[in-house]
Every structure is written in C-alpha cells, then in structure tokens.
Design a protein around this ligand. Structure first.
Ligand code: UDX
Length: 440
C-alpha cells in the first residue's frame, strides 16, 4: 500500500522504516530539514539498536523515501500515519497537541484521493473524535476518514515493538477503516499478534492507561523502597518475592531512581490534566502521588550521595555513570540520572558524567557538567561513584581493578543493578537505594 508518515521523530522514523520493511511504499515527511537530510542518507538521528541496519535495508529497496514536502508525502497515498510529538505544554501539565492538529490539517489539505488518516500520537481522550469531525468538514473532494492506532514502542526495543507488538489496537468508526488497518498490518496479524477493534476514545485511552499503569507499578515499588529504608528491609528481595505471584508479575517492579523519558512522566501529567477538564479529577488523583513518589527518589539519591561524601558536596568529586533515562537509549528527556547529576553540581560537587551513548544530548541540556569518554576517566579520583543508568557496561565493571581508579571505593547504586556482595567482597562500600544502609 502507498502511505505517508507525518513526523520522523522516534516513533515516525521507526514506524516508516518498519512499514517499508513489511512491503509498503512509504514517504515520510518532517519539517526538520536536518533530520530529513540525515535519514535520507541512511543515518539515524537517534540511537536505537538495529535501526541503522533496518534503514539501510529499506532505503535500498526504494520503498522508503524522506521528504520535507508534505504534498509530496501525501500525494497518491491512501493511508496517512500521524506520528508527531505531543510534548508537555510550558507552564502546564497538559499535552501540547498543536503539532497533531496541524498534521491532520495538512493531510486534509493535500490529500488527492480517498484515504484513512491514522493518528499514532499520544493525545488527550476526545482528540480523535474532534479531528474526525474537522477532517470530514475540510475534505469535501475526497473521502478522508480518521482512525486511531496507538503505539506502545519502548526505546531500545522500538523495532521489535513495532514488528511484533504485544497487541494492535484499532480505533475506528467504520468497516472500511478496520479493513484498511487489517491490510496495513496484514503480515503482523498473520504472525499471531492479537488485534482489538475499539471506538476512538477507547483507543486513545488504551495508551495513556497503559502508561499510567506502568508508572504506578514503578512508583509502587519505589514507595515500598521508602518503607524498606526506614525499617532496614531489602526492596530487591521484596520485589522478587512479589513478582513470583502471577497476578502481580515481576516486570516493571525494579525499585531505583524511578521513571523518566519522553513518555511516562508527561503522559501521566497530561492524563491527569485531561481528567480535570472532564470532571474526573478524583479518578486520577492517585497519579499525582505516583509522580511525587517518583520525583522523591531523585531527592533521596542526592541526599544519600551528600551523606556519603561527608555531608557537604563542596570540593567533592562525584562520578555519575549514566545520563540516559534508561539503558540502550541516548534519550535524556526528563532523565533521572541527569537530574541527579545536575542537582549535585548545583550544590557544589564536581560532577563527572559518562554515558555510552547519551553524552552529546546530555551536554546540550547541561553544558556545565564534566563529561568523559570512558567510565574509568569519569571515575578517576572520585570521592563517590553514583550508578544512575544501568547500562551493561557498568554492571560488568570489575570492582577489584576499579578500586585503584577512585579516591574512595564507595558506590551509590541507585538502580539496584550491581551485585552488591561481589563489590563489597572486592573492598567497596556500597549503598543501594531501598536496601538498608551502607554495606562493606
Ligand atoms: C514507555 C512505555 O513502556 C511504552 O510502551 C510507551 O509507548 C512509551 O513509554 P519508554 O519511555 O521507552 O517506553 O521506557 P520504559 O522502558 O517504559 O521505561 C520508562 C522508565 O521507567 C525508565 O526511566 C526506566 O528506567 C524506568 N523503570 C522501568 C524503572 O524505574 N523500573 C522498572 O521496573 C522499569
């Protein structure tokens, strides 16, 4: 099928390449000239395992092109995927849906044949219905219909999550829309992927409800970590014991520095803001608490780090391992790691940051922190190491040989990622969030 993809950020670029991979002819559009130029050469503007290879493969087939002309993208296509961002509005918890509105308007203005405009962006519930009415009004010459098909892709697993998702959700208002989406995802459905048909508001809600649930699960275990810290219990063992219960499950139950990134924090805030507009504030009030628990973990990490360097950051050298909001990503949006690094720097510490992939993005956000090309350099003569993002590289550090690198063999493991006994056995003092005090 011929399709356009509007927006080539994380979601749009991966979606466009995956659609071409399963045989569709795709033209992807973005207003950002630099991004289009980079993608057209087969390079990725962001780090995502396997994406460079996928891009090379589909560009070679000629089934994927990138353009800065929305008309070129839309012309001749019968399916249009809107994949633009919905960032948090400045000074508010609500989502900024201006880019979504403008994308739908552009498609309606340029479409030259009948087709389906499919929203993939995460939007406040009710947006799809409003856009469906607007598109129906503006597209008098051609029959354009709106559908919603939320994405659930995780950074670091974006390709797998697109080509073999846990489920597909089709928010539709007609049989034509449902059939069209079934055709788009034909090979993925044939491979056994569950697919559900829903009305427009339900399909919008699935996405925000999923993220709200995941955020709640993380904050639940982090709330337990707070209690563990008071009574000298061990949240890692607690989490493991809880996870054996199938009704609870072990995933997303890792206590640590909490959630960050471009989705969970802003999505739960936007969901709460939307609930307020709909008169349903009481139903989602708990999400405010989920947010607060999450942010308290960052404060706790800074407080523990300060105590570990003797109560005052001034004149202390602290190595921060990790800047990305999670491993296998170069994304530093609302990154707990970088937030903790910046807070310690503001309080007077000499902060030395390393990350395998996110240094450039981190530098752009916090240029005054010290950045180093290797974990070893970042840790040289440090009074304390703060492990803030659990990259494999850090979990595989040999603690015995690393002792000679630092000034003080002391580690704050904010992600409960290292083998604490192994490190203490090698002569380190280790503080793991939620697992009692300093060991070793
Ligand atoms: C998330 C959703 O998982 C995805 O379905 C949605 O489409 C977009 O938002 P992503 O932002 O890529 O994906 O990250 P995710 O893997 O969900 O992790 C989010 C944050 O939670 C990270 O900062 C991670 O470190 C943290 N996390 C995750 C925990 O603190 N503990 C856990 O147990 C799991």
């Amino acid at each position: 099928m011929k399709m356009s993809v509007i927006g080539t950020g994380y979601l749009g670029a991966v979606h466009a390449a995956c659609m071409a991979h399963i045989g569709h002819e795709v033209v992807a559009y973005d207003t950002d000239a630099a991004k289009i130029a980079t993608l057209s050469t087969g390079a990725s503007p962001f780090y995502e395992p396997g994406f460079d290879e996928l891009l090379a493969e589909v560009l070679a087939t000629g089934r994927l092109r990138f353009t800065q002309s929305v008309q070129e993208a839309v012309t001749g296509a019968s399916v249009h995927f809107v994949c633009v961002g919905t960032p948090q509005l400045a000074g508010s918890d609500a989502a900024n849906i201006a880019y979504v509105d403008s994308a739908f308007r552009s498609v309606a203005a340029h479409a030259d044949c009948d087709g389906l405009v499919v929203g993939k962006s995460t939007v406040p519930v009710g947006t799809a219905q409003r856009l469906a009415a607007e598109v129906a009004e503006t597209s008098s010459e051609h029959r354009l219909e709106v559908a919603w098909n939320p994405e659930f892709l995780r950074e670091g697993k974006a390709i797998e999550d697109t080509l073999a998702p846990d489920r597909l959700v089709f928010g539709v208002t007609s049989e034509y829309a449902e059939k069209t989406l079934q055709e788009v995802y034909g090979s993925i459905i044939e491979a056994g992927t569950p697919h559900l048909t829903a009305d427009l508001p339900t399909s919008e809600l699935v996405k925000v409800a999923a993220n709200a649930f995941l955020a709640t699960k993380i904050s639940f275990i982090n709330a337990m970590a707070e209690v563990c810290e008071i009574v000298d219990a061990d949240v890692v063992t607690l989490s493991r014991a809880l996870g054996y219960d199938d009704r609870i499950g072990k995933r997303f139950l890792n206590a640590g520095l909490g959630f960050g990134g471009g989705c969970l924090p802003k999505d739960i805030r936007a969901f709460s803001a939307r609930a307020g507009e709909l008169g349903a504030s009481d139903a989602l009030r708990f999400l405010h608490e989920v947010d607060k628990i999450n942010l308290r973990r960052r404060e706790k990490a800074v407080a523990v780090a300060r105590a570990l360097v003797g109560g005052d950051f001034l004149g202390k050298s602290i190595a921060v391992l990790g800047a990305a909001f999670k491993p296998n990503s170069d994304d530093v949006r609302d990154s707990p790691a970088l937030n903790v690094a910046a807070a310690m720097h503001l309080k007077g510490a000499d902060v030395r940051v390393h990350d395998p992939k996110a240094i450039e993005n981190a530098k752009a956000r916090f240029p005054t922190l010290g950045y180093f090309d290797s974990a070893e350099e970042a840790c040289r003569n440090a009074d304390l190491i703060v492990l803030a993002t659990e990259w494999d590289e850090y979990c595989n550090i040999d603690p015995a040989s690393f002792r000679s690198v630092v000034k003080q063999a002391r580690l704050l493991d904010t992600r409960n990622a290292i083998d604490r006994d192994y490190w203490t056995g090698a002569g380190w003092q280790v503080y793991s969030l939620g697992r009692g005090g300093l060991t070793g």
